[in-house]
Write a protein that binds this ligand. Structure first.
Ligand code: FAQ
Length: 311
């Protein structure tokens, strides 16, 4: 049985009324949002690292400019999302500290290495593709600031997805060596991108409550299926083979059947044992420590300004 104030809150959610920062809300709703939004923000920030790795080695000046813009967009997404979490009373310093101490989660996908230029195509195509499928529904989620932040984020992600597809299209219409490089990138990024949607519904502790609160509008498995249905024809167009022997169109369901990801690998990455977890965290710690003088200078400047006005 729900307490009367919780029932009233749920009734507002059911009516489709957006919850705004100063509205009353159950503690657990606030906590779930801070958890999801801060993890989402951390993902955007850590998500700059795998692609940032290729900025100095992009094959042309034009590709370098495009990639630089894309990586900067991800930083911007991180900042909107931290701001959205701050509207719930979360402190930026605490969120930052939780990321750097390894306490906070960020998306598993960013713990894999970018070994070749084709990986940059694969990230745009698959990872941004998966992110859009997850984030379009969040534009309609119950918490106003999170929903509004997602509108612009989704527009930018769709540019990112196309630039990734374009990189792979170029490679796939190039030499045999280039096409092999694209296939190799797909082989390595496919399963991590399938797992990126989160554990199976049966193992997802948060889905039921988040769906009831309309923080999530679809389950992990529903979004995973949508992602696979959308991506398989794109792989066909590129002439690439998805590394899943069980992948097969199902005439009856109107969806692709697919194989089981390696969930042990997924949980290991979440525990910190993925191929790049340590390297990613260290890069963020170094950036934070290296940026200390900027924060000190900004604070000193902010302190001086009112004094100067008085004088
Ligand atoms: N990685 O009960 P559920 C991007 C955790 S897109 C790590 O199912 P929930 C754009 C989960 O937090 C990527 N951890 O959880 C970009 C929970 O742990 P907790 C970011 C994961 O929240 C592209 C536990 O497992 N997008 O960055 C993952 O209901 C290219 C149990 O799971 C978002 O964050 C995972 N893959 O559903 C940037 C979207 N999956 O907290 C740069 C917003 C699950 O209880 C380059 N988030 N876990 O300790 C969501 O939609 C949801 O939070 C899900 C997970 C669907 C990710």
């Amino acid at each position: 049985e729900m307490a009367p104030d919780e029932a009233a809150f749920q009734a507002r959610i059911d009516e489709g009324i957006k919850i705004e920062p100063k509205d009353e809300m159950p503690d657990a709703y606030r906590k779930t949002l801070v958890r999801q939004i801060s993890q989402h923000a951390h993902s955007e920030i850590v998500g700059q690292l795998p692609e940032g790795n290729w900025l100095t080695r992009a094959p042309t000046l034009e590709r370098k400019l495009i990639l630089l813009a894309k990586v900067q967009d991800e930083a911007g997404h991180g900042l909107y999302l931290y701001s959205a979490a701050e509207t719930l009373g979360a402190s930026r310093d605490d969120m930052q500290a939780d990321l750097l101490s390894g306490k906070a989660k960020y998306s598993s996908i960013f713990n894999y290495p970018t070994l070749t230029w084709a990986d940059i195509g694969a990230i745009g195509w698959l990872v941004d593709g998966a992110a859009i499928i997850n984030q379009i529904p969040i534009c309609r989620c119950s918490y106003g600031p999170y929903a509004r932040a997602m509108v612009r984020v989704c527009k930018e992600e769709s540019f990112h997805q196309r630039q990734g597809f374009d990189i792979l299209h170029k490679l796939c219409t190039g030499t045999q060596e280039q096409k092999d490089m694209a296939q190799d990138a797909l082989n390595r990024w496919w399963w991590p991108s399938v797992m990126m949607h989160g554990p199976r519904d049966a193992d997802s502790v948060n889905t039921a409550q988040s769906m009831q609160w309309k923080i999530k509008l679809f389950t992990n498995d529903e979004l995973r299926q949508k992602y696979i249905d959308q991506t398989v024809p794109q792989a066909d167009f590129l002439g690439l083979t998805i590394p899943d022997p069980d992948l097969k169109w199902n005439e009856e369901t109107g969806h692709y059947d697919f194989g089981e990801p390696d969930w042990d690998e997924f949980w290991n990455v979440l525990k910190g044992y993925g191929p790049c977890n340590q390297e990613r965290l260290q890069a963020r710690i170094d950036a934070h420590e290296g940026g200390a003088w900027v924060r000190e200078a900004a604070a000193a400047h902010a302190e001086k300004r009112p004094r100067r006005r008085e004088a």
